[in-house]
Structure formats: structure tokens, C-alpha cells
Design a protein around this ligand. Structure first.
Ligand code: ZN
Length: 308
């Protein structure tokens, strides 16, 4: 089995072949065990602050919002019951001192991986609906269909589907060293893997080689896929690679990176251990936290689990 990182390992059966059956979805909404997760401004309702947990609620308190047309998404079936997400942005709901809203990025490491994966699914879809209210083909307002997995245009009949943006993220490897960069926009001394969006008409391997050359001036040869991670900010799929660096001299793109450096395996091991132990002095050379696939790619390489 492959490694599962944060936002991966979604335990729900999405039953995608039945999403378009209105009667079936209506019956699920009437079933006693059905659970609803509300997000407000893309933040989930949370119960309990010491051990935070997603606040799964019954359908009843949300019935009015659903009938008023709030975006409702069928997430899937798990533990014998249906799970839905609702966009509660702007909704009036009874204040509850035990409920609060937490940013997904801050919450994800504190909840089980499977719950974080469901949250990623809900956040990406609700965000997609909020930003795709009009038909890209003719400009008319579109309507939600297939339990939240399609938007249809009543005028030109076009169907619009939620998108996932492919992002390649990589470690360029030269002998016993790997290349990391420090982003211009991020303060402090945080180094990470280079990464970028895949462009139209490009293979994943070509995107990897292009990003490393553009950002650091390094040419790469062999490229090997390692692992992927859904990244719901707003809707990317991070795909991790090792790339064989053919050259060594770094020329950074000053628009993207403040600095790029080669790091030895011992340095990476030490940085992985420090990042896993918790927040560090921002002035120290450091890696992203375990939540990020960049951390996991560095961890795997530092343990000599992977070679290009
Ligand atoms: Zn249209």
C-alpha cells in the first residue's frame, strides 16, 4: 500500500453512480442516521476545543437552509450512514458556546486523517460552487445538480464539473544531496520542495523538469513519481516526484525564490526531526510541518526509502 498523508485516505464510499438519482438522495436526507457537516466561510463547525472534532449534525436543523437553496453536497456513505456538507455562509443558526469555526489548515493535523480527507472533499467542493455560479460558456446562472457534483446551465445545457488542479512538487537529487528553495513570499528561513502547476499540453515529467529549470536553473533527467496528496486550498492535487539533477550550479528565479540550496541527507534528517517536533524558531533553516507532502518527501528521502 502507498503512504497516506494528511487529506488522503477518505473513508467514505462516494457512490458516484447514484448521485444523479434525486429520490435516492432525498431518501438519504430523510434517513435517521444521516449526518451534515456545515462550513461557514470555508471553515467547518467544530465541537470541543481540547480534542477538536468535526461537528456532524442531524439533517433536521438544516432543513430550512436546504429548502432555501443552500449548497448541499453528498459526500458519501460511511459507518452505515450518509454524509453531506452544507455551505452555511450567511446562514442563521442557533449560537452554541461549544461550537466554533477553525481554519482547515490549522485543524487538519489535530483530527484523524480520514476526517481531514472528508473535510478536504467538502471544502474544495463548497469553494468550487461559490466561485462557479455562472456558465463559463454563455454567462447564465447555473444550478446545482447531481447532489452537488455538477452545475448545469438551464440556457445552453452545458454541464460543469468540479476541477482539480494538478501541481507537481519535487526533490531534485544530485548524489547525496537534494535541492530546496526558500519562497520569496514567505518570511523566515523555511525551505521547501520546488513546486508548480502543470500547464496545458504538458506531461507530469515535463512539468517537473520545467519547474526545476525555471526556479533554480537546474536541468533534470529521470523523474520518478512517489506519492500524491489532495490539497484543498482551494482544490489542488499535489503530486510528488524525485528528479535526477544533471547540473549543480543554481540560478534562482528572483520572482519565485529568495534562495535555493543543496542539502545533505544528514541536514534533511535533522530538519525533518525538528519540523516533526513542532513549531520552530522562524529564523532557523527549517522544513514545512508533517501536514505538507513536502515534509513527507524529505522524510522518505532522508530515510533512504527512495532513490531516483
Ligand atoms: Zn450556459
Amino acid at each position: 500500500m502507498e503512504d497516506i498523508y494528511c487529506f488522503g485516505g477518505n473513508p467514505l464510499d462516494r457512490v458516484s453512480e447514484r448521485r444523479g438519482e434525486r429520490e435516492w438522495i432525498a431518501a438519504l436526507l430523510d434517513a435517521p442516521g444521516t449526518r451534515v457537516l456545515a462550513l461557514r466561510d470555508l471553515k467547518p463547525l467544530i465541537r470541543g476545543t481540547a480534542v477538536p472534532a468535526l461537528d456532524w449534525q442531524p439533517v433536521a436543523p438544516w432543513r430550512g437552509q436546504i429548502e432555501a437553496g443552500a449548497t448541499l453536497i453528498f459526500l458519501g456513505i460511511g459507518d452505515g450512514c450518509a454524509h453531506f456538507a452544507i455551505d452555511a455562509t450567511g446562514a442563521n443558526f442557533a449560537p452554541d458556546i461549544d461550537i466554533e469555526l477553525i481554519d482547515v489548515r490549522a485543524l487538519a493535523p489535530a483530527i484523524p486523517t480520514g476526517e481531514a480527507a472528508i473535510l478536504a472533499e467538502a471544502r474544495s467542493l463548497i469553494d468550487w460552487h461559490a466561485r462557479h455560479r455562472f456558465c463559463a460558456q454563455c454567462g447564465s446562472p447555473t444550478r446545482v445538480a447531481s447532489a452537488g457534483w455538477v452545475r448545469r446551465c438551464p440556457d445552453c445545457r452545458a454541464s460543469h464539473f468540479p476541477r482539480t488542479d494538478p501541481v507537481v512538487i519535487m526533490l531534485a537529487v544530485r548524489g547525496d544531496r537534494v535541492l530546496l528553495g526558500r519562497n520569496r513570499r514567505r518570511p523566515g528561513a523555511r525551505f521547501s520542495c520546488l513546486a508548480g502547476f502543470v500547464e496545458p499540453g504538458e506531461t507530469l515529467e515535463e512539468a517537473v523538469r520545467r519547474e526545476v529549470r525555471e526556479e533554480a536553473g537546474i536541468r533534470c533527467g529521470r523523474v520518478r513519481y512517489l506519492a500524491s496528496q489532495p490539497w484543498p486550498f482551494p482544490s489542488s492535487l499535489m503530486m510528488g516526484f524525485l528528479a535526477e539533477a544533471l547540473t549543480e550550479e543554481i540560478t534562482v528565479d528572483p520572482q519565485e525564490l529568495a534562495e535555493a540550496r543543496w542539502f545533505s541527507r544528514d541536514e534533511i534528517r535533522e530538519m525533518v526531526a525538528r519540523a516533526a517536533a513542532g513549531p520552530d524558531d522562524p529564523a532557523r533553516v527549517s522544513l514545512p510541518p508533517p501536514l505538507a507532502i513536502a515534509h513527507q518527501l524529505c522524510r522518505r528521502w532522508s530515510r533512504e526509502l527512495d532513490s531516483v
